[in-house]
Design a protein around this ligand. Sequence first.
Ligand code: SAM
Length: 222
Amino acid sequence: MGLLQDMERKQLVDLLRKQGISDEKVLNAMGRVSREFFVIEELRRYAYDNVALPIEGNQTISQPFTVAFMTQLLNVNPGDKVLEIGTGSGYQTAVLCELGAKVHSVERISSLYQKAGKTLASLGYDAKLKLGDGTLGWKEHQPYDGIIVTAGAPQVPDALIRQLSPGGRLIIPVGTSASQEVHLVTRDPSQNFEDEPEVSVKKYNYFRFVPLIGEEGWKDGD
Ligand code: SAM
């Protein structure tokens, strides 16, 4: 971690604050994660530009503003159990670890799953990773206080709602393959986990994500 990267990271955090991100916990967490280790080597000089960048498998590391916006909506508290769908580079995973969450993350592309595991371990982040179809969640570790989906879905997967703890929050971009609106789905806090889930939904900004592909997502080749 060089001085230049430290300065660029600070500038990025200042920009996110100017763009309306107000949760200091999220800004501080992003100020501690070295994004340069999560981007491919040839693009490292752009690591602190506020842009999405290509990673292996024809996927992307999300734009920092998008990460900040969705993480702010997730409202993570230290010790919360969080499920991320779409590990990708592992950057969002690292931000969630910095917030003190117990992070579980699922990725469907083997090369990304392997590489993110190595990157996160080399930087000392302790997250549980799984290779598989995240539209089905990760039932073994349910319930989750928060679930964040970092790929664009055609609808909210029922399996994810069922793995939320009462009062839990699910952040997911929903829409067409061209653009998706970020949904915040909150489970009724007065319920028991075993009850049929009752949820409320709020909709926020539009973004453009790579597709969520799986049983409760887009079909491969859509
Ligand atoms: N959170 C990532 C980061 O910080 O780099 C963003 C990764 S990218 C925008 C979305 C990821 O979702 C891709 O790596 C893609 O392979 C993955 N993905 C798509 N459908 C999936 C599914 N059903 N289960 C798990 N991962 C999925």
